[in-house]
Design a protein around this ligand. Sequence first.
Ligand code: NDP
Length: 236
Amino acid sequence: MTARNVLVTGGNRGIGKSIAQAMAAAGHNVVITTRSGDAPEGMQSVQGDVTDTASVDAAFTAAEALFGGPVEVVVANAGITKDGLLMRMSDADFDAVLDTNLAGSFRCARRASAGMIKKRFGRLIFISSVVGLYGGPGQTNYSASKSGLVGLARSITRELGGRGITANVVAPGFIETDMTAELPEDRQKAYKAAIPAGRFATPDEVAAAVLFLASDEAAYISGAVIPVDGGLGMGH
Ligand code: NDP
């Protein structure tokens, strides 16, 4: 295995933390971004807000200093929700979700691209959601931001595919996080009944897909949408 320099946005908690831990356990050099700059014990972190181009630039520059070289793998994981029905969705809530989830991922990919082109190696991994292609009531902003990542990854693939750079989307379904744990039991039961696997995923199951996409063995996979959803969204 080749140890890579991996940057995980929003790696301080939830799915991003599992991805960062799995990457480190596999022997990669890992830096996470957090908005506060505070990291869980044992993790290297840099401060960064993906809605701010200058902050993204500073986070990459700080990460490159810690690595002593360019960022080779970007996991664009930072994401937010601001759910609401279409009729009542405010411009501010629509824009905020697009700005973080889609434009934030674009800003990170753009900042990483020069170093990756020079190195003739790069892995851009965008954390989307089953909702991106399946849709979700009350989630027009979130779903649009997550499906936008597919166009982003596929256009990057066409632009940079000849330079040893891959760009892929991982689309998790329901994951056991604080968010899903808070769902009332009857809602959890109903969701699980709709998932062919009959259960939610662990964050580690998302991390395993990301780890593979970052590997040398995944060099010929690009522009793909990898579902980690127990079959919930198949066909989409
Ligand atoms: P959490 O809410 O637990 O964590 C979100 C992370 O994103 C935090 O680290 C947060 O940082 C960071 N973040 C938010 N806004 C910004 C910003 N402007 N700049 C930098 N970092 C930011 O999320 P999850 O772990 O549940 O989700 C991670 C990703 O997976 C998201 O993209 C989400 O959409 C996606 N996903 C989650 C699913 C689930 O079931 N949980 C299902 C499908 C997809 P801070 O600590 O500073 O707030």
